[in-house]
Design a protein. Structure first.
Length: 307
């Protein structure tokens, strides 16, 4: 049942400017590191909230929201995480790929974001950001060399091994050692809510020997269906009726497995938890809102003068 698979959301923090965000447990000890996962709470966006309620922290430049409001929301997030709204927040034009971009201050151009689904840097003062509204955000930090990276992993990017590829790029570009890395998997749609078709399982099976372990059959927990099952019977041939269990995939576990396969120690990986579709009061969810929704950001960076 869905409730058996739901991960509880981690406790949030509220910054002085009203932004509500999530920190990774234990990462506060790394004084050189900026990091955080945003929620939908705080900010001034009115595009996706009910009339008469407080504004929200939509961080995506969506067609339904005002660009100036979103820009100010991004400044609020930067201020909440780094203490300064002027900290450069660098984003990507995400394309569900395995492309990872190396960044330095010399080549940052906020007006023309690069294409890809991963960012990495060893330069202090930059806040790397990936946007999500169900997809899985993954943050990685090298505790010795002070290198950071952020990855956006939907199911297509997961199949293309965006996280595993990203850790490999960190090793190649910066000489990172997997045993020095820590990682955090942020809020995303959980196995409780992420129903998919057979084509998604086929795509995973073509890439991963353990693919079957990422999927399970989940039964509808709609109380009306449970109490009155006869109302939902159909005359369609067996195997063609939508009634019955649906195939669900666990993207959080899929990306945790990629981190382990890339050499990151299992005990160095934190799963923040929180299904975006289950907790729509706290998170934006593309699927839970039928496509009309804002975006959250997962951010990571290096404090200036930390090296």
């Amino acid at each position: 049942m869905p409730q058996e698979l739901t991960l509880p959301a981690q406790e949030t923090r509220i910054a002085a400017n009203g932004v509500e965000w999530i920190a990774v447990q234990g990462w506060g000890r790394m004084k050189w590191l900026w990091h955080g996962f945003s929620t939908r709470r705080g900010g001034g966006s009115r595009a996706y909230c009910a009339e008469g309620t407080l504004g929200e922290l939509n961080l995506g430049l969506t067609s339904a929201d005002d660009r100036s409001v979103v820009t100010e929301n991004r400044r609020l997030l930067a201020g909440a995480i780094t203490g300064s709204a002027e900290t450069p927040l660098v984003t990507l034009r995400q394309v569900h790929s395995n492309l990872v971009v190396r960044l330095s201050k010399a080549d940052v151009d906020l007006r023309a974001p690069r294409r890809g689904d991963g960012l990495m840097t060893d330069e202090p003062g930059l806040l790397l950001a990936v946007q999500t509204a169900d997809c899985i955000p993954v943050l990685v930090a090298d505790t010795k060399r002070h290198v950071v990276a952020a990855f956006h992993a939907g199911w297509r990017g997961t199949v293309k091994r965006i996280v595993e590829t990203g850790v490999g790029r960190m090793r190649l570009e910066y000489g990172c050692r997997p045993e020095d890395l820590v990682a955090a998997i942020g809020p995303g749609i959980g196995a409780c809510c992420y129903g998919v078709g057979d084509e998604v399982m086929s795509a995973f099976e073509s890439q991963f020997a353990y693919a079957r372990e990422l999927f399970c059959e989940v039964y509808d927990s709609d109380p009306v269906r449970i109490r009155y099952p006869m109302l939902f019977l159909t005359q369609r041939a067996p195997g063609h009726s939508p009634i019955g269990p649906q195939l669900h995939v666990d993207l959080t576990e899929a990306n945790r497995r990629q981190l382990v396969d890339a050499g990151v120690k299992a005990e160095a990986i934190r799963v923040v938890g929180g299904c975006t579709s289950c907790h729509r009061d706290l998170f934006f969810s593309h699927r839970g809102s039928q496509g009309f929704t804002g975006r959250m950001m997962s951010v990571i960076g290096i404090r200036p003068h930390s090296k």
